[in-house]
Design a protein around this ligand. Sequence first.
Ligand code: ADP
Ligand code: MG
Length: 261
Amino acid sequence: MCKVIAVANQKGGVGKTVTCVNLGIGLAGNDKKVLLIDADPQGSLTISLGCDEPDSLEYSLATAMINIINDESVDVRHGLIHHAEGVDILPGNIELSSLEITLTGVISRETILREYVNKARAYYDYIIIDCMPSLGMMTINALACADSVLIPVQAAYLPVKGLQQLIKTIGRIKRQLNPNLTIEGILITMVDHRTNYAKDIASQIYDVYSSSVNVFPIEIPLSVRVAEISATGSSLYVYDPKGKAAFAYTELIKEVMSHAV
Ligand code: ADP
Ligand code: MG
């Protein structure tokens, strides 16, 4: 059985990409077969895993989706980058921006990615989709094909409005496109344990949401080491294995693996 997790929040800079990388590689370290899909035109996931110029790639997520739109057959293993730490990556790049515009005029525009993902399920235990910072057509495609959504929230202030809008969108997609979609959990990231402020925000999020949504008991600490990894092409488990952030992501992985597939 394969579980597809979309990592989404329409706000940028909340730790989506870092979470995809370290969740995915951590799951691979637990002998899971993992595919990471970069659904952000900025290609941050692709770049942070060592591909410096995603825009010059011949094949990417956009190519696969255009092939599906054109009714051409798609080999889901084609164009994947195999990372040394055991995950496969379907890269993303700037072509996703024009694809978003193309999608608006396409039949079944919300479920193009689903066609790819449903085929890829046969080869993986987990497929993790790094969403772009918007609730546009690409993110809707991700939510329409995922089994669950993991929502990183930065502990710098309380973005209740944004979070409510996201949860509302997830509800709408569940009703209209993907009845089995669940919320994997809200993950509080970049927690600066030196300040009470971060603790207050974490407890506010817990108070507001934990009755209706899983809020992970694990918080990801603010760590300069995390900010450094994107330049190294590796995960925290290689770059800073003894650090607090690596420990927190290891705990997150245990929690995710304990959830139903
Ligand atoms: P998003 O994908 O939501 O835009 P990123 O994962 O790219 O967010 O993170 C935004 C920035 O914050 C990046 O520069 C990243 O290196 C940094 N960052 C992410 N998580 C942490 C953390 N726990 N501690 C410190 N910096 C972090
Ligand atoms: Mg990102």
